[in-house]
Design a binder for this molecule. Structure first.
Ligand SMILES: [Fe+2]
Length: 402
């Protein structure tokens, strides 16, 4: 049975590689820096947008950012409308509310403003407005037939990289089952990376979201779908994260560090949306489902443990990563070990634990089963793990007994 499953997983990898190879290397038109937001709106107006629906959350309304962004939209001779009902893990109810407002106000463009949840909701609203309006029918791979209305994004966190990805996740309101939308058509057309929107992010969120971005980049370089272009983007992200995350964590108002992290999350998004992710994300999603562990924190905890068990199959990319970071080693194996150490050191600097306190021995078998099922069905992991090996891996993440 193990070999049959492994064979089937090989087919998943080939299909992912084929899909990735067919995907155009198109990237959003991206504006960077303190004037990025104004330049984005100028470009939107130049390309014909007039009535813009801002898809965001109530938290950003409270901070005053939505008012400031609305004023900037008006300054570019466009009219803003606000849908601020998005909540974490957005549901089809949020999508339908956003669509209703888009239609009522006769909008012609959507601006995603916020973290991953607002990006996800905005992508699906944009696609649904041009494709029969039943968002549920667009779930799956390449189901978006007509191009969405103009879709632009301003991220306010540096982690998900959703502004640069072709995917969105929406949950069923009753069951909270997650539905995936994957289509190059939902990649935002234009993006503004303005670090001034990120200056007030609390340190714990800065740390967790930054480690999410690092995980995207590392899982991308070790994926069996990695190629030259994706590796270039991923290494750019890795360089920036090691340089800027500790400073962004310790000194939230350091604009240079925030700008570096905004760019890093974007590069990592460009990379992993083409290669997919791996066991780290599969385990993190399962920790989230069991213990509500924040996504970035769960990824951070799982990352070094997963690399330890996978390193024999991905020494070459890990050694290249060591070279990029200036880490020395006698051979590729030693360099891989230095990379894992460097990740642990980075986590230590930003106060992220190495183990998950909430993890219970009794849950390990079921968590492993769920994570392996997700990974083997979707991700081009460098090494195929069976249930026993998977449980051994998850057990290494148990919180230390005092
Ligand atoms: Fe992630």
């Amino acid at each position: 049975m193990f070999f049959v499953k492994k064979f089937l997983h090989g087919i998943v990898i080939r299909l992912t590689r084929l899909f990735s190879g067919l995907m155009p290397d198109r990237v959003p038109l991206t504006f960077l820096g303190s004037s990025a937001v104004g330049e984005l709106f100028e470009a939107m107006a130049q390309t014909g947008s007039r009535r813009v629906l801002i898809v965001t959350d109530e938290g950003l309304v409270q901070t005053g950012w939505v008012s400031r962004i609305s004023e900037a939209i008006q300054a570019a001779q466009m009219e803003p409308f606000v849908y601020s009902g998005v909540q974490p893990d957005p549901t089809f109810d949020h999508v339908e509310e956003g669509m209703a407002l888009f239609k009522e106000k006769n909008c012609d463009a959507i601006l995603a403003l916020g973290g991953g949840s607002s990006m996800d909701a905005a992508k699906v609203i944009a696609a649904a407005t041009q494709n029969g309006e039943d968002a549920r029918k667009l779930e799956g791979i390449m189901k978006v037939k007509r191009p969405p209305c103009t879709l632009c994004a301003i991220p306010t966190t540096a982690g998900t990289g959703s502004e640069a990805t072709i995917a969105a996740v929406i949950s069923e309101p009753e069951t909270h089952v997650k539905k995936f939308f994957v289509d190059p058509k939902i990649l935002p057309e234009m993006v503004a990376l303005d670090s001034s929107l990120m200056l007030d992010l609390p340190p714990a969120i800065t740390a967790a979201t930054g480690m999410d971005a690092l995980t995207h980049a590392v899982e991308s370089i070790v994926a069996r779908t990695s190629r030259n272009q994706t590796e270039r983007w991923a290494f750019s992200a890795i360089d920036l994260i090691f340089e800027h995350l500790p400073r962004a964590y310790a000194e939230g108002h350091d604009e240079v560090a925030r700008r570096g992290m905004a760019l890093a999350a974007y590069y990592a998004g460009l990379a992993f949306t083409r290669t997919s992710v791996g066991y780290v994300h599969a385990i993190a999603h399962t920790f989230g489902a069991y213990y509500r562990t924040p996504h970035g924190l769960a990824n951070a905890i799982a990352l070094p443990h997963v690399l330890e068990v996978s390193k024999a199959e991905c020494t070459a990319p890990l050694a290249r990563m060591a070279d990029r970071l200036g880490l020395k080693g006698a051979d590729d194996g030693e360099k891989s070990d230095r990379v894992i150490e460097a990740i642990r050191n980075l986590m230590h600097q930003i106060d992220i634990p190495e183990n998950l306190e909430a993890l219970r021995e009794d849950d390990i078998a079921a968590i492993t089963r769920q994570a392996l099922a997700e990974a083997h069905l979707n991700y081009p992991v460098p090494r195929y793990l069976g249930q026993a090996e998977g449980e051994k891996l998850v057990r290494t993440m148990l919180g230390r007994v005092a």
